[in-house]
Ligand binder design. Structure first.
Ligand code: ADP
Length: 315
């Protein structure tokens, strides 16, 4: 056995001291510093400027998802402000269907955000495997997303980036709305925001046009895009380039393909939500009262994990 190879490999195992991350909490009132230690595990994802790792608390052995942002990505004031806003908004939230925020801390190189770990990836990966979902699954998960949106809007928070990739799935198969990087908190209910943000396929027409500002209705629009995408298998306004997609959104050009059967109620809800004038879109309570979510059978509150790979057996 080659001992040198063996010892150099050992440096990459979990005992490697560089995999121990320390969170130092200065208790000003007591003049003490508490140190929380985490073991950095495998990388589980990569975002715009964060890498995401599995962290294990060495205190209680609990697993977290940790977003690690290298400070070299935060040299611009705008990037720093955006991250601080994401942290400020996300840490103020506490809801069953929103990714739990644990802590944030920094060392000389990086900023760390520890979050509730969602072990079943996002709806994006799920839809790639399943192609499209059954109505009963979409009804169950729509109820959960709506519950999260109702909570956010009642706290004057607009998410502004509701899309499959930001709908995480927990180990209990519950939806967890995550990534508050584009979220905003209104100072008062009638306030209008003007920043252009969102993800092309899911962005509302009033955001693209930017004339009179936007508000909570942008999340309702994106929810409509999510419901369509889950039932049909691809987003309603998708094209080969962003400019064309924006033009379709502005002209409200989308259709229901003949080869996919969806219920009248599902079609009706989507049509009511994907309306250009934000004032004419249904409210969250209107959606809760719509036939799609009152189908005459009880919508399950949880779904089995077998659905991650195969459709329900009734099909
Ligand atoms: P960014 O804000 O830089 O775009 P994201 O929040 O999108 O970063 O996270 C990047 C990736 O990290 C996600 O696509 C996902 O794969 C993973 N990730 C983020 N948060 C979690 C979480 N709570 N649980 C599991 N994986 C996560």
């Amino acid at each position: 056995m080659d001992r040198r190879w063996n010892s150099s490999r050992k440096l990459h195992t979990k005992e490697d001291p560089s995999n121990i991350i320390e969170e130092r909490i200065v208790m000003k009132s007591k003049g003490e510093t508490i140190i929380r230690k985490y073991l950095k595990g495998k990388q589980i994802g990569k975002g715009g400027f964060a890498k995401c790792y599995e962290f294990t608390s060495l205190e209680n052995k609990k697993l977290y998802a940790a977003k690690v942002i290298h400070k070299s990505n935060l040299t611009r004031t705008r990037a720093k402000q955006k991250l601080m806003s994401e942290i400020k908004i996300h840490r103020s939230l506490d809801h069953q269907y929103i990714v739990g925020f644990e802590h944030f801390f920094e060392d000389s190189d990086s900023v760390f955000i520890t979050l509730e770990l969602c072990t079943n990836q996002t709806m994006n990966e799920l839809l790639k495997r399943r192609k499209r979902l059954h109505e009963i699954e979409v009804q169950c998960w729509t109820m959960q997303i709506i519950s999260a949106l109702k909570y956010l809007h009642s706290h004057r928070v607009i998410h502004r980036d509701i899309k499959l990739g930001n709908l995480f799935i927990s180990s209990k198969m519950e939806i967890k709305v995550g990534d508050f990087g584009l979220a905003t908190k209104l100072d008062f209910d009638g306030e209008k925001k003007r920043t252009i943000c969102g993800t092309p396929n899911y962005i509302a027409p009033e955001v693209i046009e930017g004339k009179s500002g936007h508000s909570y209705e942008v999340d309702i629009w994106s929810l409509g895009v999510v419901v369509y995408t889950l039932l049909i298998g691809k987003p309603p306004f998708e094209t080969s380039n962003v400019k064309k997609t924006y033009s379709r959104i502005k002209n409200n050009t989308y259709s229901f393909p003949d080869h996919v059967q969806i219920s009248k109620a599902a079609k009706d809800l989507i049509k009511r939500i994907l309306i250009k004038d934000p004032k004419k879109r249904p409210s969250i309570d209107d959606i809760l009262n719509h036939d799609f979510l009152n189908p005459g059978y009880s919508i399950p509150t949880t779904l089995p994990s077998s659905l991650l790979v195969c459709p329900p057996s009734s099909s």
